[in-house]
Design a protein around this ligand. Structure first.
Ligand SMILES: Nc1nc2c(c(=O)[nH]1)N[C@H]1C(S)=C(S)[C@@H](COP(=O)(O)O)O[C@H]1N2
Ligand SMILES: [Mo]
Length: 342
């Protein structure tokens, strides 16, 4: 009996209401925060945790779509800003799913992950406005902590976990790119053909191949660095959604600075000729290298020639290209914006 079946499906949806909205608000805030953390985390291990959490929270938003649709259909008045919010969140979810299941592709100059992040940033003011508009609604009530509601919340969380596992399973059975992504969610590219990546507004500078690098007051030519270099395998994992495993021809920074000077500093600042810079904890100097080559070839102008930083265990934006100087500083390593601003 089709009528009955419809009733059976719509029964749980009748509960759509305040708790759906509260759950969505928590999920969206959590997704934004975990996405931010996944990028900001200094090491891949931490960003893996944040990435998995981010996926679960995002899936939670998808699961609530039927309930939220009921609420939207019931509304007497819908503001354009609220409709825009819906559109932007749908775009954000689709771009995120594309990134995971289709892989790293650039469509019309932008990657799915750039669309995902851009949509999330646009969603913030719209969501704030939407929440302020409806501020008379109390998001939480005592009944939310009733046993029955806690069980429902637990079932919801389990459902999301099961959905996540199912999607991963389908991805690997179907051999989709999701099955081969790294634990940070990035897809593999070829180290020799990857296109050069600019963080935000930086530019590839015109540099002489002999441009020296000043390390703690001592000038080194690329030739001198190259003659002291070793072969170092390291993964460059860009927050743009791709990674390369490559061997780098590089000199450990810790070999160029006396250990006692290094250890008495509060941080180590690596600055590009363009002004782009990152500040590191001196205890992490063992993972920092000055590279003049990649896969046995000299660096190309776009990928940091003549000298770029290899920051093993750090996401791509820490790998300063076109290094001008490596300096010791008495400011702590946290004294910098979490992300470069150029
Ligand atoms: N000076 C400078 N260094 C930079 C960047 C930049 O824009 N300017 N981009 C960073 C980012 S986001 C990444 S992922 C890597 C990319 O290195 P590649 O172009 O060699 O692949 O360089 C990093 N180093
Ligand atoms: Mo990056």
């Amino acid at each position: 009996m089709p009528g009955r079946k419809k009733e059976w499906i719509s029964l749980p949806l009748r509960r759509a209401g305040r708790r759906t909205n509260t759950a969505l608000l928590i999920l969206l805030a959590g997704a934004f925060l975990s996405g931010w953390l996944a990028f900001a985390a200094a090491t891949p291990q931490r960003s893996t945790l944040a990435t998995v959490g981010h996926g679960l929270l995002g899936l939670g938003v998808v699961v609530l779509v039927p309930w939220k649709s009921v609420i939207i259909r019931r509304a007497r008045l819908i503001w354009i800003a609220s409709l825009s919010l819906v559109a932007v969140i749908i775009l954000c979810l689709l771009a995120g799913l594309t990134q995971v299941f289709v892989g790293y592709r650039v469509f019309a100059g932008v990657s799915p992950l750039q669309v995902h992040v851009g949509a999330a940033i646009v969603a913030v003011p719209l969501l704030l406005w939407h929440v302020l508009r409806h501020r008379t609604h109390r998001p939480l009530r005592r009944v939310d902590l009733s046993r029955r509601n806690l069980v429902r919340t637990g079932a919801f969380a389990l459902g999301i976990g099961a959905g996540y596992a199912a999607l991963e399973g389908i991805g690997s059975l179907a051999g989709l790119p999701s099955a081969h992504r790294s634990s940070t969610g990035s897809h593999r590219l070829d180290p020799l053909t990857r296109p050069p990546t600019i963080w935000l507004f930086d530019r590839v500078p015109k540099l002489d191949g002999a441009h020296p690098v000043e390390v703690d007051g001592v000038a080194w030519t690329p030739g001198e660095l190259s003659s002291r270099s070793q072969i170092v395998p390291a993964r460059l994992d860009c927050t743009g959604g791709w990674f390369v495993d490559a061997t780098w021809n590089a000199v450990p920074v810790s070999e160029l600075i006396p250990p006692d000077r290094l250890m008495s500093a509060s941080s180590l600042v690596v600055t590009s000729v363009t002004g782009y810079r990152r500040r590191f904890d001196p205890r992490d100097a063992g993972g920092l290298w000055l590279a003049t080559g990649c896969e046995g070839r000299r660096l190309t102008p776009g990928t940091g020639a003549p000298v770029r930083l290899v920051a093993s265990n750090r996401r791509g934006f820490w790998w300063v290209k076109w290094v001008a100087s490596v300096e010791l500083s008495d400011q702590p390593a946290v004294a910098q914006p979490p992300f470069p601003l150029q």
